[in-house]
Design a protein around this ligand. Structure first.
Ligand SMILES: [Zn+2]
Length: 269
């Protein structure tokens, strides 16, 4: 299966791998100006270095957009911007994204404890807290490279436990590369939205809570990988040049903001 979103989620995963290699939680995101398909910002977790639990990837990206386009233009920029993030935004970030009027979100795996796009709360589609900027709810699509996003987190937790003063049992230290929890698509999107995003021919995946097959198999190659296989190469790292690549793209970004009033985007779920 190919997807126009594949490229940007791969960039986000490479950035998450970079974060992992720099002793941060491997969570990262890419902000893309959709009409021009240009990366305008990126972010990765900075909670360890910044010594604050709120230095989440999304906020780093928001700060870049504010600097680049001016705080007064952020809402206009966001109305044309799509976010790719390796892990579902937490309730705090989900709310900030809504306040700023993000157009749409794609994420890899769910955030079991703090997820704000369907796992714990559905801030994105909750109409009771629509932002004062008159932007409405946003659609958030899960499941892009979900297993890769999970594996990066597992790499991190296994390593953390190895460094802990009282390492847990041997079983906890073992890196699980085989088993993945099912994805309950209905927590996040409707069947109809799934069909639109991933193709109606794949609706059986929605019905069986299965992962979408490798979004990474190029359309002209022989799809040798079974559904749900993992692109190990993508997350193996190191990805030392990713910052340079992303900076070059975002600093050269010249986007024409439409002069129309930002369109109100209503999540269909
Ligand atoms: Zn967050």
């Amino acid at each position: 299966m190919t997807s126009p979103h594949t490229h940007h989620m791969r960039q986000a995963l490479q950035l998450a791998r970079y974060a992992l290699d720099h002793n941060e939680t491997p969570v990262a995101c890419i902000f893309v100006h959709e009409p021009s398909d240009t990366v305008i910002a990126y972010g990765m977790n900075d909670t360890n270095k910044a010594h604050t639990g709120i230095a989440h990837a999304e906020f780093m990206g928001i700060a870049q957009i504010q600097r680049q386009f001016g705080a007064e233009n952020v809402v206009r920029v966001f109305s044309e911007t799509v976010l790719y993030v390796t892990v579902e935004p937490c309730v705090m970030c989900a709310s900030a994204l809504k306040q700023l009027g993000i157009r749409r979100v794609y994420f890899g795996c769910g955030n079991e404890r703090f997820g704000g796009n369907g796992t714990v709360l559905s801030i994105n589609s909750d109409k009771s807290t629509v932002s004062p900027n008159d932007n409405a709810t946003y659609l958030s699509i899960p499941g892009l490279y979900r297993r890769e996003a999970i594996m990066l987190l597992r790499y991190f937790y296994v390593r953390e436990n190895d460094h802990a003063p009282n390492p847990r049992t041997k079983k906890d230290r073992r890196l699980d590369r085989e088993t993945f929890p099912p994805i309950d698509w209905s927590m996040y999107i409707s069947r109809q939205t799934f069909g639109r995003e991933f193709g109606v021919e794949n609706l059986r995946l929605y019905d069986t809570n299965a992962d979408v097959p490798s979004a990474r198999v190029p359309v002209d190659s022989t799809p040798s990988s079974a559904p749900g296989d993992i692109d190990w190469e993508l997350i193996a790292g190191p990805c030392d040049d990713i910052l340079e690549l992303l900076d070059a793209e975002r600093k050269g970004a010249q986007i024409n903001l439409s002069h129309k009033k930002p369109k109100t985007v209503v999540a269909s779920d």
